[in-house]
Design a protein around this ligand. Structure first.
Ligand code: KIV
Ligand code: ZN
Length: 519
């Protein structure tokens, strides 16, 4: 995979949206959601898809297994601590992959070794070697990461990397786990590592940067200039704490500044915006409007001078074209008169798999309902509709009816009927606004005690008949979940999102966090 294309080295794009991205509060994904994201990443020609952390939970194991089976053109990777049980679980999950990778890691900084692992450096080195050898029993494609490499002692880091390569690692990843470095320093550290590790030429060097100081992308690009040929990144920069380096920024920086970078990725950049929208919709993390490449304003020109310049010659103020990153791939898909076969075919093209005819019929019925309210149905509408169809399947709480009255000079009032585990429950409440009234009515039935941490509304497509997509973030006893709902009526979308969040928060299954888990 590190072969040259058009005279340049290949920059391997390793996407960790479904593993590190999933560590963002409330962003956990179901197997079905991971499959949809994996298909979108494959369409985008991502080289390596890190699909999860198989030991974390049975759900994560099944999701990695399903992605490994479904994806044919990208390598599918599973994360494993440097522990036999983790590696065996990852190996098992990846069994059916066309091309599978085990990514094993252990922390190498004094602070992590002493306080988290309670291991000596020699024990860490020994365990790194053992884990790489064990992973090699499952696949030749083994990646080794030294967690918190940024704060690790340089000579020790070199020894660990040398030993991991000798044990059979094919990729050596150098993470700035805590987002502490600066571009000049990071580039320098990487350059020295590649120069100092005696068997450095036998592997692909990689970096994985966090964004705590807002420098994940800059640090990753600096590492590329120093010789790494794999960057670990996520769609929309999702990830632990302040997130990871954002895939779209890395890919476009290398492409736009091809005069500077000695490598290029094989990413189909026209898939960037649709994939960004999909990830935002599934995780409930909206994209800020001024976000580079994928923000709604990334190609909007507000000032008269700029508008005038762009009209005369686009290059005056634009360094890349909106359509090259997929802004115009917002395809008009289907309408009121489209039939079931056209609907099924478009879902297939989008990589959406519904379980059986019943699920397809239910989704098609929802599509017809939506088409009655909205004349043009876009891919984004279909994605939202399918998310909802999946949510509806096993939900404990369902919205049966909602009526909201709001007029100037009176307090808005909501009446709601919920189906809770099959039993009908009604309530009414007043509130500061219609959404507040609806949430209070739902809460008066459920008495969940969950705290609302975030409420946001975005239009899925453009126009006043667009569906509103609502995200709520709920917290209870330290557990955080995101709930989503979409509808052409934003009060109904809000109620759906709130109920979706409550369903998740009442679901007992918890995921284990790879970096906080004790070794
Ligand atoms: O940030 C980090 O160090 C990680 C490793 C598991 C690569 O996510
Ligand atoms: Zn990370």
């Amino acid at each position: 995979m590190s072969g040259k294309e058009s005279g340049k080295d290949r920059l391997i794009i390793f996407d960790t949206t479904m593993r590190d991205g999933e560590q963002s509060p409330g962003a956990s994904m179901t197997k079905e959601e991971k499959l949809r994201i994996a298909k979108a990443l494959e369409r985008m020609r991502v080289d390596v898809i890190e699909a999860g952390f198989p030991i974390a939970s049975p759900g994560d194991f099944e999701a990695v297994q399903a992605v490994a089976e479904a994806v044919k053109d990208s390598t599918v990777c599973g994360l494993a601590r440097a522990l036999d049980k983790d590696i065996d679980r990852a190996g098992e999950a990846l069994k059916k992959a066309n091309s599978g990778r085990i990514h094993t890691f252990i922390a190498t900084s004094p602070i992590h070794m002493q306080h988290k692992l309670r291991m000596t450096p020699e024990q860490v080195l020994e365990q790194a070697v053992r884990s790489v050898k064990r992973a090699r029993q499952y696949t030749d494609d083994v990646e080794f990461s030294a967690e918190d490499a940024v704060r690790s002692e340089f000579d020790f880091l070199c020894r660990v990397f040398e030993a991991a390569i000798a044990a059979g690692a094919r990729t050596i990843n150098v993470p700035d786990t805590v987002g502490y470095s600066l571009p000049g320093l990071w580039g320098e550290r990487i350059r020295k590592l590649i120069e100092s590790v005696p068997n450095a030429d036998q592997v692909v060097w990689s970096t994985h940067c966090h964004n705590d100081l807002g420098m994940a992308v800059a640090n990753s690009l600096s590492a590329v200039l120093s010789g790494v040929r794999q960057v670990e990144c996520t769609i929309n920069g999702l990830g632990e704490r302040a997130g990871n380096a954002s895939l779209e920024e890395i890919v476009m920086a290398v492409k736009v500044r091809r005069d500077i970078f000695p490598c290029d990725s094989r990413i189909d950049t026209t898939q960037i915006v649709p994939t960004s929208k999909l990830v935002s919709q599934i995780t409930g993390y909206p994209v800020q409007p001024n976000k580079a490449v994928v923000g709604a304003n990334a190609f909007a020109h507000e000032s008269g001078i700029h508008q005038d310049g762009v009209l005369k010659s686009r290059e005056t103020y634009e360094i890349m074209r909106a359509q090259d990153v997929g802004w115009s791939t917002n395809k008009l898909t289907l309408g009121k008169l489209s039939g079931r076969n056209a609907f099924r075919a478009r879902l297939q093209e989008l990589g959406i798999q519904l379980d059986g005819e019943e699920a397809l019929n239910a989704a098609f019925a929802r599509f017809k309902e939506l088409a009655d309210k909205k004349s043009e149905i876009f891919d984004e509408d279909l994605q939202a509709l399918v998310s909802e169809a999946h949510q509806g399947e096993n939900e404990y709480i369902k919205l049966a009816y909602l009526r909201v009255a709001s007029e100037t000079g009176t307090q808005p009032e909501a009446q709601v009927t919920l189906s809770v585990d099959g039993e009908e429950c009604r309530a009414q409440a007043t509130g500061g606004g219609p959404v507040d009234a609806a949430f209070k009515a739902i809460e008066s039935v459920m008495q969940s005690g969950a705290q609302l941490q975030l409420y946001s509304v975005n239009n899925i497509t453009s126009g006043t008949d667009s569906q509103g997509e609502v995200t709520v973030r709920l917290e209870k006893g330290g557990r955080i979940v995101n709930g989503q709902g979409a509808d052409t009526d934003i009060v109904i979308a809000s109620a759906k999102a709130y109920i979706n969040g409550l369903n998740k928060i009442l679901d007992a299954s918890q995921r284990q966090h790879p970096q906080r888990a004790a070794l």
